[in-house]
Design a protein around this ligand. Structure first.
Ligand code: ADP
Ligand code: ADP
Ligand code: MG
Length: 667
């Protein structure tokens, strides 16, 4: 067995690898960036070494620095996790050259599967069905448009170097082809440094079904069944499960064989995933599935396979990397029950899933049999803008699909997370969605049901505001006894009585608050001091003077709240509402210049600016593009007007909320 391992990754996957390595008695060596100095995986590892500043290309992608640490610490092997260097053939080679075992396939296999066009050609030769289309080297737009016509619309343009759902465009008709090609190429160049694309048939009612394969160095290859990853948004996986609903033993065997052939075709070793797309219009059929790509690494969703097989895939990876044979044959493997994984992300479904950063004021997961939580953060940690904003993977296992989904939905409902906005309520709704429950879904399911899943802008929740204000009051006053409240309230507090004191009848007092950053006022109505126990009323106004009356005070359930440095976050029905006190005498620079500021929606990089000072713009016009994490965000003019000021240069890193452009708008 290998004595030690360096984990060339971060976050949940680094924690997950460390856990197995420790169980196997291996010494664990972490490498980390400045942004991760206090991260959980750094604390979990036996030793940890700083390799550079926060941006991945200056730390987690620095092959030389990582190898330096490996040599200095005498690491027997390097596990690359997923993402980062996991599919970089030159990294696998560099490990080998330095006498360090790379926990993954040979560099030649990574290279062979690295480009989607070459991979398709290769597995096609091995007899594996591929999506019909053009995956040759010609890139001339006229030629590709002709090919699209021959393939038949709709088609999918795909970056050959693509990954993470980037560089892909579905095209419905010939008239749209040129524009789609251009934008796919642009995205591919900027994301992968390679503009080349392939064109293939867009499969209808598509189901993403992938096969986990495992191979040892002796040429034994098995498959560990399938995973269904059809619940996707922007071609990225949201919920994954195993086995696939509607899968038959016959089809499983055929797909498993095809995956094994694909792995054999490149001399594969270790854990890998062969991704297929199935035409689900008439259910899953053995003659209607096609190879898309092979991911030559451990997959994010591997825990569902572990749940149904009882295997530890990371342990198997170490065994195979150290030269052991696979400890089983295909016939020894069986499926036990059903498992589902949900990816909990720091993102805001109400704002088009914009990644959300910041401190995790609260983070708490339920514990239960059949439930597994893979996370890399704890309460008090920060979700930074530098890396993938995944907070955790929540995995539920049950005897049946129904049981696994119910368990997952319940676990998501019991998950407490406060600070960054998250998709927890969205995930829960997905688990409960009727068609999905019945196994009637394809990769378009989420897009078709956005609103029902709660992924649309929603107004502030008055009940949350009421609870938040009460929680803030409760924090300072004993609300069970209004008499003492009145006494304290009339003494020196932040909410000193500004308006008329009345000898009889209720007394009112207003104080300024912010609800999700919007200024408003809460008006507290103290009960009539002559009554013994009377209702404590709080009215909150915001927007156009809407006010909500509040009924009797009841002691609050502390699990519904997370205190922050300036107030409280109310957690209700999977939504977070942030209530903060503010000082009304603070000068509000933002609203002083009479213009409209266009601000960075998040921490990221300004990658394009389409206007200059003095330009006239129309409402809805594109002004700039900010790139952050995995997405590009287009900033548009909120109204007609003139550009008064440009406050950032293209290429600049911009902080969330930073003013980029000032518009003089016309009312
Ligand atoms: P999979 O097919 O395994 O689900 P994805 O493409 O959805 O793979 O996710 C892999 C992606 O995860 C990488 O492309 C990268 O953007 C992101 N990633 C890489 N490293 C990490 C990490 N340590 N934590 C979270 N996400 C990561
Ligand atoms: P990536 O490297 O970004 O993961 P894939 O080739 O695996 O790229 O495709 C990502 C997703 O796009 C798939 O999971 C699937 O939902 C969708 N997709 C890919 N190819 C097709 C196709 N030919 N028809 C329909 N959907 C497709
Ligand atoms: Mg893929």
């Amino acid at each position: 067995m290998l004595e030690s391992v360096l984990i060339a990754n971060r976050g949940e996957i680094a924690c997950r690898i460390i856990r197995t390595a420790k169980r196997l008695g291996m010494r664990t060596i972490a490498v980390y960036s400045e942004a991760d100095a206090d991260a959980l995986f750094v604390r979990m590892a036996d030793e940890a070494h700083l390799i550079g500043p926060a941006p991945a290309r200056e730390s987690y992608l620095q092959i030389e620095r990582i190898l330096d640490v490996a040599k200095r610490t005498g690491a027997a092997c390097i596990h690359p996790g997923y993402g980062f260097l996991s599919e970089r053939a030159e990294f696998a080679e560099a490990c080998a050259q330095n006498g360090i075992v790379f926990v993954g396939p040979p560099a030649s296999a990574i290279r062979a599967m690295g480009l989607k066009d070459a991979a398709k050609a290769l597995v096609q030769q091995a007899g594996v069905p591929v999506v019909p289309g053009y995956h040759g080297s010609k890139q001339d737009p006229d030629f590709l448009r002709q090919k699209a016509y021959e393939i038949g619309y709709p088609v999918l343009i795909k970056a050959v170097a693509g990954g993470g759902g980037k560089g892909m465009r579905r095209v419905e008709k010939a008239a749209d082809f040129d524009a789609a090609l251009e934008s796919a190429q642009r995205e591919a160049s900027s994301a992968f440094g390679d503009p080349r694309v392939l064109v293939e048939k867009y499969i209808l009612a598509p189901r993403h079904i992938e096969i986990q394969v495992f191979a040892d160095q002796e040429g034994n290859v098995v498959h560990l069944f399938e995973r269904d990853c059809s619940l996707q948004r922007r071609h990225q996986k949201v919920i994954e499960e195993a086995p696939a609903p509607g899968m038959t033993p016959e089809m499983r065997e055929i797909m498993g064989k095809a995956a094994i052939e694909a792995a054999r075709a490149v001399g594969y070793v270790g854990a890998g995933t062969v991704e297929f797309i199935a035409d689900g219009r008439e259910g899953l059929r053995p003659d209607r599935f096609y190879f898309m790509e092979m991911n030559t690494r451990l997959q994010v969703e591997h825990p569902v396979t572990e749940a149904i097989t009882g295997l530890d895939l990371v342990e198997l990876q170490f065994q195979v990397a150290s030269g052991d044979w696979l400890p089983f044959n295909q016939d020894d493997l069986e499926i036990h029950g059903h498992a589902v994984e949900a990816r909990l992300y720091a993102e805001d479904p109400e704002k088009e899933f914009l990644p959300s950063t910041g401190k995790l004021w609260a983070l708490d997961f339920p514990e239960d049999e059949g439930l597994r939580i893979d996370t890399g953060v704890q309460a008090g940690d920060e979700v930074t803008p530098y890396y993938d904003p995944m907070i955790a993977k929540v995995i539920a296992h049950g005897a049946t699909r129904e049981e696994a989904l119910s368990r997952l939905a319940e676990a998501l409902g019991d998950t407490v997370v406060a600070g960054p906005k998250t998709n927890v309520a969205f995930l829960k709704k997905l688990c409960e969605a009727r068609e999905f429950r019945k196994g009637q879904f394809d990769t378009g399911y989420i897009d078709r049901n956005m609103e029902q899943l709660g992924a649309a802008p929603q107004a502030a929740d008055p009940e949350s505001v009421r609870l938040g204000v009460l929680r803030l009051l409760e924090h300072d006053f004993d609300l069970r006894n209004y008499r003492s409240t009145v006494q304290v309230g009339s003494a020196e507090t932040a909410w000193d009585d500004h308006d008329g004191f009345q000898l009889a009848g209720p007394r009112r007092q207003g104080f300024p608050i912010k609800v999700d950053g919007e200024r408003t006022e809460a008006v507290l109505e103290w009960p009539d001091p002559s009554a013994h126990h009377a209702a404590l009323n709080v009215a909150v106004r915001w927007g156009d003077g809407v006010s909500h009356l509040i009924e009797d005070y009841m002691p609050l359930d502390p699990r519904g709240f997370a205190m922050t440095d300036d107030g409280v976050i109310v957690l209700r029905e999977g939504r977070q509402t942030r209530i903060a006190m503010y000082d009304p005498f603070d000068i509000d620079l933002e609203h002083m210049d009479g213009g409209d500021s266009i601000k960075a929606p998040m921490h990221g990089k300004l990658i394009a600016l389409f206007v200059q000072p003095g330009d006239r713009v129309e409402k809805g016009q594109r002004l700039a593009v900010v790139e952050a994490m995995k997405m590009e965000h287009v900033l548009i003019a909120p109204a007609d007007g003139e550009v008064a000021e440009i406050a950032a240069e293209p290429g600049a890193q911009v902080a969330e909320g930073a003013r980029l452009i000032v518009l003089k708008t016309e009312e």
